[in-house]
Write a protein that binds this ligand. Structure first.
Ligand code: SF4
Length: 376
């Protein structure tokens, strides 16, 4: 096995949701049986074209991630057969991490048993909050009780590696509400938690509601306090923060997402999925009709294709690597004049460095992209 084989992942983008949450700007389609059937046959064809191109020959998949959208919009047996097809197409490491994202309302214990039996060994639920009152203003359907039932069902089906996504800084959410959400989450005993600050994306219903003064915008200072509260509380509960938004119990850091932050290679399938292979970044068209039409015509549905220069790879290594709490090796920042820049950022309290590693401080994490740009 070559060194790059250790870091190869497969991402499958399933772009369906029952309806769009008010804050969500992802490419997605509202789940309907005819569009899901069109997607499924196009995805099978995309896998077949990649097999014929042999572009992954010699690689062993270390992680597979079914994301969305809501992958569990598709029937569980269809997800299981897609995973079987992937297994028949590419070699997969025996200890590979195989994740499926799910909305808590979209799965039954029978579905989860089918998924676990098929080989999915990690599940990620969009919990968002553990207070029902937080859901209306962000247009997230379902109730807190659904999350509790789904986690219990997942555990019953055999999943032990369970992630729960949370958002903070929601309209009307106080610091006490956030503390309550974190405490309530502990009763579900997840192995991994992602905490995302609510951001307002253009052209979303939430952005429109804020513009019309129907909903209050996020308060930056409150979000900073919430972030600190999460870090303190989750550390007490045995979670280590390993990335700006991610906390894990020992050995439960998400190996697939670590690929993105450490320059690993990945192939993305499905509309809008992104890939990075052999130094080339490329993406699929973000439109189901165009995606299916290309594949029906025996063409891969790529829209862009960029070979990264050495300097672009170094920049990516910095921008993504600094998201990790451990930071980046000092050798990632090569030019001698950057030592001055590192010292200047240390003096501002944004960076911390030792002989071998450079990492963001808690203040620096709030300005991660800006700090990375200054180092490049
Ligand atoms: S469930 Fe996730 S992907 Fe679907 S609309 Fe809501 S935030 Fe977006």
């Amino acid at each position: 096995m070559s060194p790059s084989d250790e870091n190869l992942g497969l991402y499958v983008h399933i772009p369906f949701c029952r309806r769009r949450c008010h804050f969500c700007a992802f490419y997605l389609e509202i789940a309907q049986s005819d569009s899901m059937a069109l997607f499924h046959s196009a995805l099978v064809q995309e896998i077949s074209l990649y097999r014929r191109k042999a572009s992954l020959d010699g690689h062993v998949l270390q992680s597979i991630y079914f994301g969305g959208g809501t992958p569990t919009s598709l029937p569980a047996d269809q997800l299981a057969s897609l995973l079987t097809l992937i297994r028949a197409t590419w070699p997969i490491a025996s200890a590979a991490e195989i994740t499926v994202e799910a909305h808590p309302t979209s799965v039954t214990v029978q579905d989860l048993t089918i998924l676990a039996d098929a080989g999915f060994n990690r599940i990620s639920f969009g919990a968002e909050s553990m207070e029902d009152k937080d859901f209306a203003s962000i247009g997230r359907f379902g109730q807190v009780q659904d999350t509790a039932v789904a986690v219990q069902a997942a555990r019953h089906a055999g999943f032990s590696n369970i992630n729960l996504d949370l958002m903070y800084g929601l309209p009307g959410q106080s610091l006490q509400d956030w503390a309550h959400t974190l405490e309530s989450l502990m009763m579900l005993a997840p192995s991994h938690i992602s905490c995302y600050a609510l951001t307002i994306e253009e052209d979303t219903r939430l952005a429109q509601n804020i513009a019309r003064n129907l909903v209050s915008p996020p308060d930056d200072m409150l979000q900073i306090d919430m972030e600190s509260a999460a870090e303190r509380f989750l550390a007490q509960e045995g979670f280590s923060r390993y990335e700006i938004s991610n906390y894990a119990k020992p050995d439960c850091a998400c190996r697939h997402n670590l690929l993105y932050w450490t320059g690993g290679e990945y192939l993305g399938l499905g509309p809008s999925a992104q890939s990075y292979l052999h130094g080339i970044r490329f993406g699929n068209v973000a439109d189901l009709g165009a995606y299916a039409a290309c594949l029906n015509d025996n063409r891969l549905p790529m829209t862009d294709h960029t070979t990264l220069s050495v300097s672009e790879r170094q920049r990516d290594a910095l921008v993504f690597g600094l998201r990790l709490l451990r930071g980046v090796p000092r050798t990632t920042i090569t030019a001698a004049e950057r030592d001055h820049q590192i010292e200047a950022l240390i003096a501002k309290g944004l960076l911390d460095a030792d002989h071998n590693w450079v990492r963001l401080t808690s203040l620096g994490r709030r300005y991660a992209d800006t700090v990375a740009e200054q180092l490049f």
